[in-house]
Design a protein around this ligand. Structure first.
Ligand code: PBG
Length: 333
């Protein structure tokens, strides 16, 4: 090859900035921080219970007292927010366990509030774990009744906040749910409580392990009449715009890894904080491949979380929050 041509093409050498760990770190465009993680936690009734969830390796169902211990560990790792999911003892058509004053989430929130005052306590607001049919709204004549569900969702949100929740996260994908909850919170003088809206929540196969964990699988049909159709991205922007208009404080895209393009489009479309949920099945895929010896857990997990952040998420909801925070701490030392 003639010498001059070689020089021309090699004037710019991107490899110069990849020569050492320190140089790579210096020019890194995306950094993870445990302060932006939310750890999802499952809570059930009882005492002294830490029940491993087979479909979600590393995750447990905690009784409220054990939840406190877990949150101690999370706080020590720099995690400042948890998202609580309740597993009730009884289910009925009206989802009464969702908004009972002595419901499992309400009890857990009071416990966390008392012992961990600085932890941001978020609660998932949905009916699917509390209805005997497993749908996210009430059923009238075999159909998921949007407007009849709004009042129950709003009542649920108010009861979570009355117990001490800082942020409520409506995930039922009922039209108008954010506005209904905002109105109900304001009417109860909870005007300072934020709403993190599951705005673009897709009807995904990747929620399977979560439904095992919380016993919330639908007993008939599926969720495609209310959760979003996976091929759509413009519709996600419409959902997000509606939630912003109804008073959402944080909007969310879910799942995360299989919807990075939606995260990126949402980032360009809104100025509100954007959350993304690396859901149960996406996490379980990595865990299964790690168990088979096919992937390196630390590298695969950090690569996924970095990709979600790079796509534009400010807040990452992840079952790997504790592991990732620990690994970030090790890098820093
Ligand atoms: C409740 C809810 C679900 C998830 C979060 N909130 C399940 C569903 O919609 O079926 C999924 C979370 C996960 O898979 O990690 N509606």
């Amino acid at each position: 090859m003639p010498k001059v041509a070689l020089r021309d093409s090699l004037l710019r050498r991107p490899r110069r900035l990849r020569r050492s760990g320190a140089l790579r770190n210096l020019v890194r465009e995306t950094r993870l921080d445990p302060g932006g993680f939310v750890a999802p936690l499952f809570v059930r009734s009882g005492r002294g219970i830490r029940e491993p969830i087979p479909t979600l390796p590393g995750q447990m169902r905690f009784s409220p007292d054990e939840l406190g211990r877990e949150i101690d560990d999370l706080q020590a790792l720099g995690i400042q927010a948890v998202l609580l999911f309740g597993i009730p003892e009884r289910k009925d058509p009206e989802a009464s366990g969702a908004y009972a004053d002595d419901g499992i989430v309400q009890d857990a929130v009071r416990m966390v509030r008392r012992w961990h005052p600085s932890m941001v306590v978020m609660t998932d607001v949905c009916l699917c774990a509390y209805t005997d049919h497993g749908h996210c709204g009430v059923v009238t004549d075999g159909r998921i009744d949007n407007d009849a569900s709004l009042e129950l969702l709003a009542t649920t949100a108010v009861s979570h906040v009355a117990a001490g929740a800082d942020v409520v996260a409506p995930s039922a994908m009922m039209d108008g749910q954010v506005g209904a909850i905002r109105d109900a919170l304001d009417a109860s003088r909870f005007d300072e409580t934020a709403i993190m809206a599951y705005s673009a929540k897709y009807a995904s196969s990747f929620y399977g392990p979560f439904r095992d964990a919380s016993g919330s699988a639908p007993q008939f049909g599926d969720r495609r009449s209310y959760q979003m159709d996976p091929p759509n991205v413009r519709e996600a922007l419409r959902e997000i715009a509606l939630d912003v208009g109804e008073g959402a404080d944080i909007v969310m895209v879910k799942p995360a890894l299989t919807y990075l393009d939606v995260i990126s489009a949402a980032r360009a479309a809104v100025t509100l904080p954007l959350a993304a949920y690396w859901v149960s099945g996406e996490y379980a895929m990595v865990k299964a491949a790690v168990a088979a010896g096919w992937l390196d857990e630390r590298r695969a997990t950090m690569e996924v979380l970095t990709a979600i952040k790079r796509a534009g998420a400010d807040v990452i909801i992840t079952y790997a929050a504790a592991d990732a925070a620990r690994w970030l701490g090790e890098e820093a030392t």
